[in-house]
Ligand binder design. Structure first.
Ligand code: RAM
Length: 359
């Protein structure tokens, strides 16, 4: 049996059996063995920007949640890019954004199915690490997109925008709308979500600026990217804090549910709402005066970039080290610190520009 096929068999074995058993049966096949196959420069730890892009690969997408329209758009972007590059796409994932055990087992499924690369949006950074490391040990390239793990558990992170920009601008948007005065709350997604938690940390940093001395963050609530729970959490916030002046919801599911609640209540237009939403979800609430402005990136472009980064990794054009470059469509991306590849700046949507967007 050639080493490549040993690697594949062992990947499957490791995913379905105990690691100890797999290691004994397979003699602990690692990335090092793949290196000696005379494979790509990436497997030897060195990027070759001129390496030809491989075709016929399979890239598995594992979003936080499959029935979330944000991920439907993102993953469609990934699917289209893979088609264009001559590779195959598959998607697996849990239907709840708090099913961390489910996400772990989907990583193992993809490992077992011997995909060439996987693109994962982490529900919980800690929970996924062991399974992702096992996938990488079996020669599978791992890209996180949308929500990261720690840097040692993946080859690269395809980030939607600078986390600092996102956190700070959401506070700036809301503070302007409430005249820099009053109580505010955050309605987040899952309590463990890496992306939301990093943004919230930057929101808290931004609030330390003296210009926000009269703005008070009273609570961070969690709607778990579940429409009904997010709606109830919004209702609860207003019951608990009747003087609330504004809400930031950095989740497409949360902001939509909060807008739905506010628009049918006496708080419509009085309690301000901003955060991260899709123009298609939010159009009606901008037009009916519930929401002034919110922001987002194009999810399909994020999925597109995650797919292209995955193929570039498998092809050896990049290894995930800072300073390496690769082309995705017409744009050349440079990998930043800790293997972060950034899509660009988010767009702010309001009544003036929302009709120009359809996602
Ligand atoms: C939700 C998810 C996703 C986040 C967007 C803004 O769909 O929590 O991870 O990036 O909102």
């Amino acid at each position: 049996m050639r080493k490549a096929s040993i690697r594949r068999t062992c990947a499957a074995l490791a995913a379905v059996t105990s690691l100890a058993l797999a290691a004994t049966a397979c003699g602990g096949t690692t990335k090092e063995d793949v290196k000696s196959e005379g494979g790509s420069a990436a497997s030897a730890g060195k990027a070759d920007p001129n390496a030809e892009l491989k075709k016929g690969l399979t890239v598995g997408f594992l979003p936080k949640q499959v029935n979330n329209p944000y991920f439907t758009s993102a993953d469609k972007g990934g699917e289209a890019a893979l088609k264009e590059l001559g590779s195959s796409y598959k998607e697996v994932g849990p239907s709840s954004a708090t099913d961390t055990a489910g996400q772990v087992s989907y990583v193992n499924t993809l490992t077992q199915q011997q995909v060439d690369a996987m693109a994962v949006s982490a529900q919980d950074p800690g929970a996924l690490c062991t399974a992702l490391k096992q996938a990488m040990k079996n020669g599978i390239k791992v890209v996180t997109y949308d929500s990261d793990t720690t840097a040692d558990c993946r080859n690269a992170f395809v980030s939607q925008a600078s986390a600092e920009d996102l956190g700070r601008t959401e506070v700036q948007l809301l503070a302007e709308q409430i005249g820099y005065k009053g109580e505010i709350a955050i309605l987040s997604a899952a309590q463990t979500a890496t992306n939301q938690n990093v943004w919230i940390d930057f929101m808290k940093q931004e609030l330390k600026d003296p210009k926000y001395k009269d703005v008070k963050l009273v609570k961070v609530a969690y709607g778990d990217d579940d429409a009904q729970k997010s709606f109830q959490q919004t209702q609860g916030l207003l019951q608990e804090y009747p003087n609330l002046k504004g809400i930031i919801s950095p989740t497409t599911v949360g902001i939509k549910a909060a807008a739905q609640y506010l628009s049918g209540s006496k708080y419509k237009g009085k309690v301000k709402l901003t955060g991260l939403g899709t123009p298609n979800d939010m159009r009606k609430y901008v037009k009916n005066g519930t929401v002034d402005a919110f922001e987002l990136w194009d999810p399909a472009k994020l999925g597109d970039l995650a797919a292209r980064a995955s193929v570039a990794l498998v092809s050896g054009q990049i290894t995930g080290k800072e300073g390496e470059t690769f082309k995705a469509g017409d744009t050349t991306y440079t990998i930043g610190k800790d293997g972060v590849i950034s899509l660009g700046k988010p767009t702010v949507f309001d009544a003036k520009n929302i009709d120009q967007y359809n996602f």
